[in-house]
Design a protein around this ligand. Structure first.
Ligand SMILES: [Zn+2]
Length: 282
């Protein structure tokens, strides 16, 4: 809790001990991020320590794996969340996944789906995902999409905003969380917000409290007044704080949101209430 508000970070990544170091440095290298002491270690212990030091009550594990490692990553993620009640686990899916397998992941505690289509290399509109979308709709499970380029790195077209938009448009009964403020272009954010009611935007990286990652998205979000006006225009019930830990630093983003010219209730929603509502946590 900070200032009497429950804080829920809607977007973080953790990796198995022993692998975290290597994965974090390959990501930062790929995305040409400047080294920063506030970069996390990417382990569950490090995340948990930061959460308790900083007053973050819940964190969504938006962990995902490539198709060949998916079963292992999903299993580890769900086990991790079972041991840590304040971690909310998402799982990965792929077009060849049997819906029965997805149902069993939900039975084991999965609270939603994370798709990083460019790394996972499949189209979000692949017909092989129809059964997964149907289950998400039936059970009210949200789907979190990685969106577009990050720091000008485009691996392929699968996470381009056009592909994401097609998936959103064809599944109006599913709630989608578009990370990085849908890649950060303000005009695109407003257009999508106006057109689709089933979108929540996550603030990660695009709106950041850390200088090292400021420069990689649209400069518009560096200005607090722009950000506050934009959040209000979209509706603060549709904006969710996400840090992208270990690549972002949760508490810096929280502090920046607390400093915005918004009402206490608007901040309360952005900082946690929206995310908790999405995952059905009281
Ligand atoms: Zn992420």
């Amino acid at each position: 809790m900070i200032d009497g508000m429950t804080i829920a970070d809607g977007h973080a990544h953790t990796y198995m001990d022993g692998l975290a170091d290597k994965i974090v440095s390959s990501f930062t290298e790929l995305h040409r991020m400047e080294p920063s002491p506030s970069l996390g270690k990417g382990t569950v212990d490090d995340l948990s320590r930061k959460m308790s030091d900083d007053g973050v009550d819940y964190t969504v594990l938006a962990n995902f794996g490539p198709v060949k490692a998916m079963a292992k990553v999903n299993g580890w993620n769900l086990e991790t969340a079972k041991r840590n009640r304040n971690l909310i686990p998402l799982v990965s899916v792929h077009p060849g996944m049997d819906p029965v397998e997805f149902l069993s992941l939900i039975g084991s505690g999965a609270k939603g789906v994370k798709m990083h289509n460019s790394i996972q290399e499949f189209d979000p509109c692949d017909p092989g995902l129809d059964g997964i979308y149907r289950i998400c709709s039936d059970k009210g499970l949200p789907i979190t999409f990685h969106c577009g380029e990050v720091s000008r790195v485009r691996l392929n077209g699968y996470a381009d905003i056009g592909r994401i938009e097609d998936a959103v448009a064809s599944h109006e009964d599913v709630t989608f969380i578009l990370t990085h403020l849908a890649e950060g272009d303000p005009a695109t954010v407003f257009r999508l917000a106006d057109k689709y009611r089933n979108i929540v935007f996550d603030t990660s990286i695009a709106f950041s409290g850390e200088h090292c990652i400021h420069r990689i998205h649209d400069d518009f979000w560096e200005d607090d007044r722009n950000a506050a006006e934009a959040f209000r225009r979209i509706g603060c019930e549709r904006i969710a704080f996400g840090s992208d830990y270990p690549f972002g630093n949760p508490i810096s983003d929280v502090r920046r949101i607390l400093g915005l010219d918004l009402t206490r209730d608007e901040k309360r929603r952005i900082l946690g209430a929206n995310t908790l509502a999405l995952y059905g946590i009281e």
